[in-house]
Design a protein around this ligand. Structure first.
Ligand code: CMC
Length: 384
């Protein structure tokens, strides 16, 4: 057994994949051969979801069928909403969402859940993807005792998602930004959540279990939770005085050796994240329309300049997305659940790939504890 240990599995290649890669030389995220940033500019999230789940961009007939399928499957069983309403009010929507995803498994045909085929998994994953927006909006609204809104398929996937959260149809340009955010989040190779999903899938656990496992890994601030943390940071900077307080805010935290969320990345680290570069353009559009947004975007730029100068670190996708979602009016606790909804498309592709050529993922650890111990003489076993 090789004893070389790479903490955090840094640069360890654990799988072959046809889903995506981070092409550092060309500064591209390649998804099934396409540049993700080009996709974000030119197609809609459901097209990218089709590409991820079904392996190719849809023809116009396939587009219509896929959108119909997403719309037909989008509603939630009443029982799920009932359970969400019974959760303690202070439950984080990310926890509520993960709980609701687990509950959904109970509404599947048990035989279909046990079916180890790729086809059965694809059907379940399509249902999870379609229901994720309703489930996410319901997680938030039910906890607050607000009415839970039905999907509104006439508004499109992104538009209906915003509708269920905010209770009003949003302007086309806002829906377009939200759709781009979903595409930017849709797939990113072996991020911690996707890897976790593949580990769960490798045990032949059903797709719900794999997505729930991924949701657990996504919650942390070093991964998906970073968008929420970034949005909170901008709110604090604003309270502290806005643009003129932004540099001091960063320097104080760096002096305390704290991390600034929304910067750095295991794979890019000192290179730009192409998603953050694209989404900075959307921030510009907000700034041009609204002086309040313009002030926040200036704070953004000061934070970015300070981090580049002090640490040589670039923003990752979570920094602009935290701010964009705030400018769209999304509650901060819903930002990471929204990330998961989009990433389910990529996770689905990886779970299917794992199933198609499965081998249990089971690494080893280098043991550094004692050995040869025995319970002391006369040790009495506990009574419980
Ligand atoms: N703020 C301040 N310092 C940082 C940051 C940051 N955001 N990120 C890395 N560093 C420093 C870190 O302190 C360390 O410095 P030193 O060597 O002096 O101790 C050095 O950079 C290397 O950090 P590391 O933790 O060993 O690197 P990693 O590859 O394990 O961490 C990371 C990657 C994403 C966890 C880290 O950059 C981080 O904590 N970023 C903030 C959280 C964040 O934005 N996460 C979202 C990641 S991208 C989207 C996603 O996948 O969800």
């Amino acid at each position: 057994m090789t004893e070389e240990i790479r903490p955090g599995l840094q640069d360890v290649v654990v799988a072959r994949t046809e889903v995506s890669t981070l092409d550092l030389e060309r500064e591209r995220i390649v998804v099934r051969g396409y540049d993700l940033i080009e996709l974000a500019r030119t197609v809609r999230f459901p097209d990218v979801a089709h590409l991820l789940l079904r392996g190719h961009l849809p023809s116009s007939e396939e587009q219509a069928a896929f959108c119909r399928e997403l719309a037909d499957l989008a509603g939630l069983p009443d029982g799920v909403v009932d359970v969400l309403r019974r959760l303690p009010r202070d439950t984080h929507p990310m926890d509520a969402q993960r709980t609701a995803l687990s509950l959904l498994a109970g509404y599947e045909d048990p035989q279909a859940l046990e079916d180890p085929s790729v086809e059965a998994a694809e059907r379940a994953l399509m249902r999870i993807l379609a229901r994720a927006p309703a489930l996410t909006a319901a997680s938030y609204r039910a906890l607050r005792g607000e009415p839970v809104l039905e999907p509104n398929p006439g508004l499109g996937f992104a538009g209906s998602f915003l509708w269920m959260i905010q209770g009003r149809p949003r302007e086309p340009e806002i829906v377009a930004v939200f759709d781009r955010i979903l595409t930017c989040y849709s797939e990113h190779e072996l991020a911690a959540s996707t890897f976790t999903a593949r580990v769960a899938a490798s045990t032949l656990a059903d797709p719900y279990a794999a997505v729930v496992a991924a949701a657990a890994a996504l919650k942390g601030p070093l991964h998906g939770g970073a968008n929420e943390a970034a949005a909170r940071m901008f709110a604090q900077i604003r309270m502290a005085g806005g643009e003129r307080a932004a540099e001091a805010y960063v320097l104080e935290r760096l002096a305390r050796r704290e991390r600034i969320m929304g910067f750095g990345h295991r794979v890019y680290m000192h290179r730009p994240d192409p998603r953050a570069v694209l989404l900075r353009e959307d921030l510009e559009a907000f700034a041009a329309r609204d002086p309040d947004a313009a002030e926040m975007v200036r704070c953004y730029d000061v934070v970015v300049e300070t981090m580049a100068r002090e640490k040589g670190l670039h923003p990752n996708a979570d920094l602009p997305i935290g701010l964009l979602l705030h400018l769209i009016g999304i509650p901060v606790e819903l930002m990471t659940p929204i990330f998961l909804c989009a990433r389910i498309a990529g996770i689905a592709a990886h779970v299917l790939e794992q199933r198609a050529d499965n081998r249990l993922i089971r690494p080893r650890a280098a043991y550094e504890g004692p050995s040869g111990l025995a319970p002391p003489e006369g040790f009495t076993p506990s009574a419980c």
